[in-house]
Design a protein around this ligand. Sequence first.
Ligand SMILES: [Zn+2]
Length: 343
Amino acid sequence: MAEMDSQPFIASSNPFQGLLTHMAPLNATFVLILNEIDALASIIQIPNSCSWTWRQILHARDWCKHHIRWRIGNGESSFLWQDNWLPSGSEIGNIISPRQLALTGLSWNAKVAEIVRGRAWQFPTGVPSLDTVWQSIDYLPNYNQDDTFFWKGTSSGMYTIQSAWEITRPHHNTCLAHDFNWHVGHIPRQAFMLWLTFNQRLQTLDRVQRFMGPSASTTCVLCGGVEESHDHLFFLCRFSSKIWKSLNTRARIHWPNLPWSRLKFWAIGRYRNKRKTKFIIPKLLLASAIYHIWYERNRRSFNNQFTPAKTVEEDIFQLIRAHLINGVKVDELPPAQRLIWEV
Ligand SMILES: [Zn+2]
């Protein structure tokens, strides 16, 4: 199994076939079925009523295309405009209009070989819109080699079952913030709110106005002076900034003074590691501050109830402290943090 796991793709005229060839030792019957599909890969439609297995197999064709690209040797197997052989993974035919491509004098079904001369490229000239495409190619062809497939899941281009799993599982593609949000000590409702905020999904007043028109008020209810937006609420607003700074002074955590649209990426990069227990505190602080500030904003907007910043800050501190005592392995926290949080 380990040996098979690192086999490269075998070059073929169809990426899907390459994947299937590799998978053959795994399950001969499965591959036999898939090879039948390969013959019809470009024309077969997914029937309305068919078995789950058959449907999944047909869906796999598109999945394969997105994770494999051609690496050009002599260019004889790859279509110039229609195959994804550029380093970016794009197909030229999808980014440049057919009319522009026709100006090169090369047909729609031209092979990459038509712009390969030995070990060098000979790009068509006279079509400015194609210049950036050619400039993006960072390798040379080789007339002594056939075209091969490059698996995007690993830096070596070698297909492995593990890399396929990494790409396929929801964890990988869902969102970079996943590990930051759903760490071992997270508070579910706060993690969800944080996810919304990471993705700019809160219905802040600037967003509401886009749907409702200019008649809707956009003034922040926390400070009463500025348009409400994600950037303003977290944490440029006078009210929320006071809470945020005071909490972090108390927790002895330094955050850069950035607008939310940049701070979130900084936070993910700095604290994403799920295994570091000491990162739990800054993650909880951020999620809790956002949750409580949004909660206070809603109380003011919809219930006309106002809580002072100092009280909100103390609520956040005590909630995190209670959560640490009840839910987190306190003895794994650094001594300095245990002292601050009195746990
Ligand atoms: Zn404000």
